[in-house]
Design a protein around this ligand. Structure first.
Ligand code: AMP
Length: 249
């Protein structure tokens, strides 16, 4: 089966982000960017499916600026066969990305589309669901286990009350959680080989999709500074401090 994986270029999870002084957003100039960690898990899953003889081809897609090509090269180094960059400098919203992915899926006709549960920059957790809605396909979100059986995909979802088992008919959309697998690091020879793998660049316009943002960011504020803690010497002092804190609320 052909597997398509959507990957987003985001600020690396180790970076201590700073809000711009004009409150218009997060400062991403000179900041390390990486593949969204959930999408790393999605690519790893596709590669494992290929190694197991289930996936025949892995196509990775990113919607973003020219530099997102670097992120796609990482996915190619891990084992994807082909990459498509849908190039735009517009800040993409989930609905726009879902529409772009639908257009790519119409052309590529994969049986399975893997996405991350969420992108760690905007934490929307929406793109996979919107894509499934647009396509009218089965969907499983926040997946921590996945097994293919013929034309069916058995998945385990992480839900508030524990886990939920679902059987999806292919073609399907699956958004993956971090517990699904432990992604490998690309080896140096594979990084070199990835430079020769095909990477096509198209635009949202060429796919007939308008990615103009529908939302306006009013302002972005950093989280409130954490108050300094207080050391107590005895259990009695701790109990008194807790009682005071509870009464104050
Ligand atoms: P979100 O709904 O923004 O939290 O993103 C969920 C998932 O959708 C991500 O983990 C990616 O798999 C995919 N996705 C979101 N934005 C993009 C993008 N610009 N390019 C490719 N995939 C994306």
């Amino acid at each position: 089966m052909k597997v398509l994986v959507a990957i987003k270029r985001v600020v690396d999870f180790n970076v201590n982000i700073r809000v711009k002084s004009d409150q218009s957003g997060v400062d991403i100039s000179n900041v390390k960017m990486s593949i969204n960690p959930f999408d790393e898990v999605a690519v790893e899953q596709a590669v494992r499916m290929k190694e197991a003889g289930i996936a025949t081809e892995i196509v990775i897609v990113s919607v973003g600026p020219e530099k997102a090509a670097e992120t796609l090269r990482t996915g190619l180094a891990v084992g994807a066969d082909r990459a498509i960059l849908v190039q735009t400098d517009v800040v993409t919203e989930p609905l726009a990305v879902a529409k772009v992915l639908r257009a790519v899926i119409d052309q590529e006709k994969p049986s399975l589309v893997l996405l991350g549960k969420q992108a760690i920059d905007d934490d929307c957790n929406q793109t996979g669901q919107m894509l499934a809605g647009l396509l009218g396909w089965a969907q499983g979100t926040s997946i921590s286990r996945m097994v293919t059986e013929g034309e069916k995909l058995k998945v385990t979802r992480e839900v508030d009350a524990g886990t939920q088992e679902l059987e999806l008919s292919l073609p399907a959309i699956a958004t993956v959680d971090l517990r699904l697998n432990d992604p490998r690091h690309p080896s140096l020879p594979n990084i070199m080989k990835a430079k020769k793998k095909p990477l096509d660049t198209v635009t949202p316009e060429s796919l007939g999709v308008d990615v103009t943002p529908r939302m306006t960011v009013v302002k972005v504020l950093p989280p409130a500074q954490r108050q300094a803690g207080k050391k107590v010497a005895t259990v009695a002092e701790l109990a008194a401090a807790l009682k005071f804190a509870m009464e104050a609320h």
